[in-house]
Write a protein that binds this ligand. Structure first.
Ligand SMILES: NC(=O)c1ccc[n+]([C@@H]2O[C@H](COP(=O)([O-])OP(=O)(O)OC[C@H]3O[C@@H](n4cnc5c(N)ncnc54)[C@H](O)[C@@H]3O)[C@@H](O)[C@H]2O)c1
Ligand SMILES: O=C(O)C[C@H](O)C(=O)O
Length: 330
């Protein structure tokens, strides 16, 4: 039996993500929580003739407690999205508090669940979650993931003309670092199968992966950011976590983790100087079973990109940790 919960289930990401989870045969029970509209979203999705038994919850009547109790996996797309002209860091003020509230709920009602954080800025919201879980004495770094799969999905899509794959997802391209602008680093040199990117196209391709989110924000013209592609990416990552939990071997996904708490991660933390970083991670029944160090094989150009990424990430991570340290005592 697998129970999944979506927090922020009525939103632009939450609704299509909940649809994908509802039709997945891997999930037996699905709980949808949001501060608004979950009765309608749940009523609608509950008519779909698929395996998952689905219920919607609001904050009233202990909704968060009911949504989270017994959950094996919690996916969090709650929080405000960007508008043109904003950075993901501009979302911190509002979203840090939302993530704090929801992680406090997880501490109380399902501290052993896998936690998948989509809410931006991921570079800071994941450290916020880690710090809260740590303070509560329930932090299992193998169970906490910042979802950076959309960066991988974009890289696969944008290199299709060079990968020659009819199905772009067949090209495995590790994307490492963080999830905002220059902290995102596609390692095209590590693609499998190998790519032949013309030298004069390389910089534009890297830039497109790093700033793909801005393309969508601009096109949506003030009405939000990526929702449908993110639902696809969030579902792909959640499905990988669940498949590994159920015993499937050999699943590897890049994800933003607390490196010192995951086997083989401490060496990467030492080499980069940051504790939180997205790297390819082997998933197992207990979550992140091993961080895979591919940074040493990066090209000179990729190492320059990594240096820029690390510089940016340090401030984002520190900001998340400080937020929890300075939070008023509960
Ligand atoms: N990690 C990524 O790659 C990635 C990609 C796209 C978007 N995002 C981020 O995901 C977040 C959500 O984006 P969206 O487009 O779905 O936004 P949205 O505004 O459409 O939906 C957010 C939902 O969160 C709900 N919410 C707010 N506070 C809540 C709380 N305390 N508890 C439960 N639910 C709450 C809202 O009611 C709303 O339904 C944003 O922060 C966005 O930047 C991340
Ligand atoms: O760009 C955004 O703000 C949303 C998301 O992080 C994305 O990469 O599309």
């Amino acid at each position: 039996m697998v129970k999944a919960a979506v927090l922020g289930a009525s939103g632009g990401i939450g609704q299509p993500l909940s649809l994908l989870l509802k039709i997945s045969p891997l999930i037996d029970e699905l709980a949808l929580y949001d501060v608004v509209n979950t009765p309608g979203v749940a009523a609608d999705l509950s008519h779909i003739s698929s395996v998952a038994n689905l219920k919607g919850y609001l904050p009233k009547d202990d909704g968060l407690e009911h949504a989270l109790t017994g959950a094996d996996i919690v996916v969090i797309p709650a929080g405000i999205p960007r508008k043109p002209g904003m950075t993901r860091d501009d979302l911190f003020k509002v979203n840090a508090g939302i993530v704090q509230t929801l992680i406090n709920g997880i501490v109380k009602f399902c501290p052993e669940a896998f936690i998948l954080i989509i809410s931006n800025p991921v570079n800071s919201t994941v450290p916020i979650a880690a710090e809260i879980l740590q303070d509560a004495g329930v932090f299992n770094p193998r169970h906490l993931f910042g979802v950076t799969t959309l960066d991988v999905v974009r890289a696969e899509t944008f290199v299709q003309e060079y990968s020659g794959e009819r199905d772009p997802s067949k090209a495995k391209i590790p994307v490492v670092g963080g999830h905002s602008g220059e902290t995102i680093v596609p390692l095209f040199s590590q693609a499998n199968p190998a790519l032949d990117i013309p030298a004069d196209k390389y910089d534009a391709l890297v830039h497109r992966v790093q700033f793909g989110g801005d393309e969508v924000v601009a096109a949506k013209d003030g009405t939000g950011s990526a929702t449908l592609s993110m639902a696809f990416a969030g579902f792909r990552f959640a499905e990988s976590v669940i498949k590994a939990f159920k015993g499937e071997m050999g699943i590897v996904e890049p994800t933003f983790i607390y490196l010192p708490g995951v086997p083989h991660g401490a060496a990467i933390a030492k080499a980069t100087g940051v504790d939180f970083f997205s790297v390819p991670v082997e998933l197992g029944a207990d979550g992140a079973s091993m961080a895979i160090d591919i940074l040493g094989s990066a090209t000179k150009k990729e190492k320059e990109l990594l240096d820029i990424s690390i510089k940016g990430l340090k401030g984002n991570i520190e900001k998340g940790i400080e937020f929890v340290k300075n939070a008023p005592p509960k």
